[in-house]
Structure formats: C-alpha cells, structure tokens
Design a protein around this ligand. Sequence first.
Ligand code: SF4
Ligand code: SF4
Length: 324
Amino acid sequence: MEKSFLEATQLSSFLEKLRLFGELHGPTVTDAGVATFAPITAPSQLRINYRRTQIPPKKYLLPFREQLLSYRDGRYAEPAEAQPPIVLFALHPCDLAGIAYLDLVFLGDNTDPGYAARRARLTLVGISCEPDDFCFCSAPDSAANCDAFLTAVESGYLFSAVTARGEEIAAAAADLFSAADVPQPVAAQHPGTGVAPQDPELRFSDNPLWQKFADTCVSCGACSVCCPTCYCFDVREYPALDGGGVRIREWDNCFFATHGEVAGANFRPTRLDRLRYRFLHKYCGFTPLQGTTSCVGCGRCKAVCPVGIDLRELFSAARGEMSP
Ligand code: SF4
Ligand code: SF4
C-alpha cells in the first residue's frame, strides 16, 4: 500500500480537504471533560491524541433511540430520514474493527435498512493509536476496515488510501503531501496483557472469578453501553388513543434484569447469571456465528466499570498465569 507523508503542520488543511466528503466528525472533549465523537467545526476542537471516547462510534449507526415506523388508519409509514454524508475522522483500529463487526451483523443476510442507510453515508478515516494499560487489541496500527488511514510518525503522519473513497481523498489532498523522505513509523508499544480473548485455547466458562466479579458488579450496564460491538436492542410500540402509534427501537442491555424476562420467567435473574452470560456470549458465543470475536480489545469495559472489573484477570487465570 503506497503511503504519502503529511506533515503535522498540514493537518488543519487536511481537515478542510476531508470536509469535501461530508460533515467532519472526530474525537473531541465535552465541557464536562468526556471524550466523544462530535462535529469538528474548528481544528482546535480535535483531540487527535485521545485514548478512547466514552461512547464508541456505533452511535452513528445505531442511534440510542429511533423510530422505526408510525401507523394510522391501517397503514404504516417509515420515517424519511435525511442521511447527509459524514466523515468520521481519527478512528482507532479497535473502533474500526467494531464497525466491521456491526457490518457483519446488520449488513448480512437480513440487512437492516436503517443501518445500511446510515453506514452508506460514512467515510471512515482511521489513525494509529498508542495503547494504554486498558487496551488489549491485537493491532493498534492496523489500516483495515476504513477508507483511509493515518499512521503517526515523527513530525507527521503516513497517509494510506484503502478504498476508492480513500483514493479520492488522496487526490483531493495531493498538494498537502510532502515529497520528503517518508519517516518510518514507530512500532506501537503495547502495555496490555497481549492475551487475545478469541484465543480458542481459553477455557474459562467455569472459572471461580465469575463469582468474585459478580460479588462487586452493580449491574449498571456501563460496560455494555460503551462496548463498540454490543448492539442488543428492544422494540416497543406506543399506541395513541386516536388509533395511531409509533414503533421505536432503543438500546437494551443484558446487565438489566428485564433483559432475561420472557413470558413472566427470567432466564438470568442474578448478577452472576447476567455478568457471566454477557462475557461468555461475547467471547465464546459470537465467534462461531460470525467467524470472529465480538471483542475488539478497546478496553472501554474496564475503563468505565465503577468497581474496576477487569476481564484480563480472567484471561490470565484461564491460562494458569495467576490463581483466582
Ligand atoms: S468487551 Fe470490553 S474490551 Fe471488548 S470490545 Fe467490548 S468494551 Fe471493548
Ligand atoms: S460496568 Fe462493571 S459494575 Fe457495571 S455492569 Fe459492567 S461489570 Fe458490572
């Protein structure tokens, strides 16, 4: 893959080029100090050296709450949602892998039309990241699953076009790339455990650490909300007295007691049931279905957990590296 060098001093001009392809969104920080993906109207808003946002980019594809249809007089109508193009800039490889996983689910055999429309409007520009102690992804500098990718090097970035859209970006920004010798990227230092959760040798379904975790888990659901591949949803209808109504879809959460309720019974009534179900489902349940793990190692679940539950303890224990 051919790479071009973009000096750091050209970054603001590069952002202007990206605006040719849609509304520019990227990592920024709210007034409350929360890292988030949001519209970038001025380069000063961009926090390109961020570690992770609290809510992953799945919010662009699966809104927290959306109206699926409205009905009245025996007819229904789907909302005519305008889908302006968006350039999502500075996505880390783990979040790109998260979107690729959602694509498998929502663009597969039963394509979800709302997801497909929202996905079609996105241009994805990735960037290499410097993993911190929460991360355990396998490739912090992978240029997969995006249209274009920037690899951070000394005094700038190496730009790679991945798709035809990436080539268009390269052409639009050609005057910004330097003819100077291309610096070599610095290999990402990975401070995490390096334990891949998709490792088929991991056997942890009966590990006593589940009970230890459940003793402190408060079932807040934050780890699921912040997970880039968690997509459980609920569909509800709200009828009106005049005979019309709406059907909505909203995020659900397998840590909530109501998630396991079916016809008056609850299949996962305890915190232990729900915690174990969530992570076993993620590491062992989805892999045979989709051919890939649904954990991308972003570390958000550890970063947001109010009681500090760290699944890497489980991986290590399952490998006999520490006793529970
Ligand atoms: S399970 Fe945790 S580390 Fe894995 S993708 Fe979800 S939030 Fe990230
Ligand atoms: S974030 Fe922590 S306390 Fe909250 S549900 Fe997840 S594991 Fe439990």
